[in-house]
Ligand binder design. Sequence first.
Ligand SMILES: [Zn+2]
Length: 353
Amino acid sequence: MAHKVNQVARNPDTGWAVWGQRSAVSRLLQAIQQGPAHAYILAGPNRSGKRTAALEFARTLNCPKDVGHLTYCGECPVCRRISKGVFPDVTVFDLASQAERDGDKSRNLTLNIGTIREISGAVSYRPTESSWRVIIVDDAETMQETAQEAFLKTLEEPPPYAILILLTSEADAFLPTIQSRCVTIRFGLSPASEVEAALIASGTEATLARRVAGMAQGSVGWALEAAHDEGLIESREGLARQAMDFVLANAYDRTVRAVLLADEFAKDRDGVFTRLAAIQSVWRSALYVNQKLEDTAHIAGLGPISERFIPLGLDDLLRSIRSLDTCVANLEANVRPRLALESMVLAWPRLGE
Ligand SMILES: [Zn+2]
């Protein structure tokens, strides 16, 4: 059964609809309390709540109702218009808004100069209905160097009412001159228990919430979508099963699978990266179980993970997790795929074969 979830519920801890990002949210709340800076970089994995946090920040700054400490009412015309994306003093720019403006003429893989110009235009207008003009720039990691140089001009002398918030999946995507003018706040992967809490608070039934949280790989955004899309759940379960088989295979079979994956890389790069992420998540869950860090370390509905991981040492597990990072970095640096993948499996400990 699929329970439709449209929106993430507000977290009672903070009043914001962000879960599993305690330190990032508390830094943003502190900023509101002390008077916000003119520019922020929110850096962290895709779908970890950065955009929601930026919008909650804007609502909290702009909601005119006195609803107590550092939150917003969610019901007044200002809050409602921010949610609909039609409040004039809060604007979001991203690849999608750029594609809409450009009529999909370009491939829209990077934020272009036209968008940067639009952003500086938006920054220069005084807020019309509140004290702050909040400009949120999503997909900011796609800005090429020329776009960044143009953007830097906007950052150099922002008007006193302007707050720029860059959202990026890569913290180091920006020129040092941009980074030095922004306060960087990092988002991480949410613990499965927090993902589960977010789903339950948002109306997902408990059994489904636990199942989805176990395979969400730390992403509340993915979990909320998957909670009403059985197809997403099934495809991730399939990937996880294959990843688990790969890890539990003997040395010979691991090498065979590595070679097959290497051959696949020429045809389907992204597909291979997705599989590697699933394998990474098997080793991470193994680490959690092994070190008793989290009791909900189930992988994609496979149930509690294999007891064969229990006797492993911490070194073995960390080396295996690192082998995935190295493999991805090597593939991105055009190392021969067979070499990259075979070295990866050689770093893994044997699992009682
Ligand atoms: Zn309000």
